[in-house]
Design a protein around this ligand. Structure first.
Ligand SMILES: Cc1cc2nc3c(=O)[nH]c(=O)nc-3n(C[C@H](O)[C@H](O)[C@H](O)COP(=O)(O)OP(=O)(O)OC[C@H]3O[C@@H](n4cnc5c(N)ncnc54)[C@H](O)[C@@H]3O)c2cc1C
Length: 345
């Protein structure tokens, strides 16, 4: 039975930074993430540019995720993807973590970093649609280049859908928006941009079926119903942005008390502790006075949660880690790093 010092539930920004920081504090660390990728809900907006993370130049969210993952890997934690934590119990002093894979994991402490829960895109309810997900049916955009010179149908009328449609304008050959309601519900300035570019916006319209190409690998036509009429549209790609289903994710630890009765979020109780000794929280899941639900806020939480996990295991440990600029752990890493840096006058 392999026992970890810290097991982090959730591989979003809070979980990833916790993984880095607990490595810095010499703790044997594991991260468990239900999705096949790390990065948490930053994956919802991969092409957006982040301007509000201290000390970073404007950076695209997907690159930011990559940086977080690289940093999290500094001290080589164990990372389990596609692993949903389903139950946490305690045997003597050790937490026993049950997962959807049937595997059991053991840990001295836990950091809960599950954010707002598990987000899954609302899928198109058309039989057989899933087979096109390998080719030209998308629920997110992982890279705009994929859509260069393509005719793209965007389904949805909220901020997510319209933001994507605007991002696609300089790249795609043509963008068409369809929405089942009478009016788009996105920010007006973004809707204006679509109108300025003469984008066809079909309201009161929805996709009723997908027609495949000859070898049945990709969508060739989309059948749309609008005001009782049927339209057939030839497309290169279809992007569905109908929002997300949120699965609340704290059912695995009933004894952790939420902020208020029936609330989802956890009461930070100061120092990112929860109501259960040995279980800490970081990031959007934890709430306390003056909390900021921003990326920078997740980093402060991670430091607090990790430092308290360290003290829980070893009450005589230093309260804080030595800052990285003067921390001996980085001597060798600095030599490697500085070899690659060329300073300019
Ligand atoms: C559209 C949008 C734009 C934003 N823009 C900005 C911005 O510009 N600047 C900024 O500072 N902030 C921004 N934010 C906020 C920022 O993304 C969040 O504050 C941040 O992602 C919170 O990180 P987290 O790690 O706490 O949670 P999350 O990012 O939600 O990550 C939680 C992770 O836990 C996983 N998980 C949940 N339950 C389980 C389980 N049972 N087992 C295993 N894994 C589980 C989830 O799959 C997820 O990967 C934005 C948010 C949104 C939605």
């Amino acid at each position: 039975m392999e026992i970890y010092d810290v097991t982090i539930v959730g591989g979003g920004p809070a979980g990833l930074y916790s993984a880095f920081y607990s490595g810095l504090r010499n703790m044997k660390t594991k991260v468990m993430e239900v999705q096949p990728v790390l990065g948490g809900k930053v994956n919802i907006y991969p092409e957006k540019v982040l301007w509000d993370v201290g000390g970073l130049p404007p950076i695209q969210a997907q690159q930011f995720i990559q940086n977080l993952v690289n940093q999290a890997n500094t001290f080589l934690p164990t990372i389990c993807l596609r692993t949903k934590v389903e139950e946490i119990t305690k045997q003597d002093d050790i937490f026993v973590i049950s997962t959807n894979t049937g595997e059991i994991h053991y840990s001295k402490t836990i950091i809960v970093a599950v954010g707002g829960g598990i987000l899954n895109p609302i899928k198109l309810e058309i039989e057989g649609a899933e087979k096109y997900e390998m080719t030209n049916l998308h629920y997110t955009i992982l890279g705009l280049e994929r859509f260069r010179n393509k005719k793209v149908l965007v389904s949805g009328g909220g901020n997510g859908a319209i933001d994507w449609a605007v991002e696609l304008l300089p790249v795609a050959k043509e963008v068409i928006v369809i929405y089942r309601k009478e009016q788009l519900s996105a920010h007006e300035s973004q809707v204006e941009k679509l109108k300025e570019h003469g984008v066809q916006i079909m309201l009161n319209a929805e996709i009723t079926s997908l027609v495949s190409n000859e070898n049945k690998t990709a969508i060739e036509h989309v059948i749309i119903s609008q005001y009782g009429e049927t339209h057939q549209l030839r497309v290169d790609d279809v992007l569905i942005s109908h929002g997300y289903n949120r699965e609340v994710s704290l059912t695995f630890a009933d004894e952790i008390q939420p902020l208020r009765k029936d609330d989802y979020y956890l009461d930070g109780q100061g120092q990112c502790k929860t109501s259960v000794p040995g279980i800490f929280g970081a990031g959007d899941i934890i709430s306390y006075n003056d909390k900021v639900n921003l990326l920078v806020g997740t980093f402060q939480d991670a430091v607090l949660a990790v430092n308290n996990a360290k003290l829980y295991i070893d009450p005589k440990a230093d309260k804080y880690a030595m800052v990285s600029s003067h921390n001996k752990k980085f001597i060798e890493k600095n030599k490697e790093f500085l070899k690659e840096v060329v300073y300019k006058d």
